[in-house]
Design a protein around this ligand. Structure first.
Ligand SMILES: [Zn+2]
Length: 225
């Protein structure tokens, strides 16, 4: 089913950050429109299947990211990516049945600046391994909040260096105060951008549990498991 959702061919367009897929047939286009992000959210599927991490490959098959299955499915239904490996669960939404992806591949090559990952809640939680950077409690992504080390109200920016995973109680305790005003709160480590090295390491950590990821994660020479 998923390969019928788009008519795009795997193209490698270096340097192109835009996605055009205006040549979809009417039926495929209609189906993609039917299954909006909202449909996916309310669709019938085991909840854990929606949260399963999905490996995202560039058009060149290079692993570039991990996203949640819900986001991956939206990319597939929009025709931006195609499913390379399935996870077994089937999504029933609106009038479509789609196999939940385990690995997806972008149809257009995306240039990924070295050592820069997209700044997102998900990536910050991945970097911090779902661990509150103040009290070290490990929680699920849904339970954690993001804390601005220098509060926004005091000029703190939303950057890799100023955002950390934080449990609700530490977040309440810290409030709008600066760290140096709170002697009992310290950062576990200095927050840094999510490097390519870190993300590869995390992809492998997660991927080692999923055999369908392995062939994509270990193809680089000199980096055997
Ligand atoms: Zn905490």
């Amino acid at each position: 089913m998923q390969s019928g959702m788009h008519t795009g061919k795997a193209r490698k367009q270096r340097g192109s950050g835009k996605h055009h897929h205006g040549h979809s047939s009417g039926a495929a286009h209609g189906a993609a429109r039917l299954t909006t992000e909202l449909d996916v959210r309310t669709a019938v599927v085991r909840p854990q299947a929606m949260q399963t991490p999905v490996l995202v490959l560039n058009a060149s098959y290079e692993p570039i990211n991990i996203c949640g299955a819900k986001r991956a499915l939206v990319l597939v239904l929009k025709g931006v990516a195609r499913t390379e490996e399935e996870q077994g669960a089937i999504l029933h939404a609106a009038r479509v049945r789609v196999a939940m992806p385990s690995v997806i591949r972008l149809l257009e090559y995306r240039r990924i600046p070295h050592q820069t990952r997209a700044l997102s809640r998900k990536n910050i939680l991945l970097r911090d391994r779902n661990c509150c950077q103040y009290c070290q409690v490990v929680l699920t992504a849904g339970e954690l909040t993001l804390d601005h080390v220098i509060p926004r109200s005091r000029g703190g920016l939303s950057t890799w260096e100023n955002l950390v995973a934080c449990c609700p109680s530490c977040n309440r305790r810290k409030g709008n105060q600066m760290l140096h005003e709170l002697t009992e709160m310290k950062l576990l480590r200095e927050p840094k951008p999510f490097s390519l090295h870190t993300s590869r390491h995390i992809m492998r950590m997660i991927g080692s549990a999923d055999p369908s990821w392995r062939r994509y994660l270990y193809f680089e020479s000199g980096e055997a498991a």
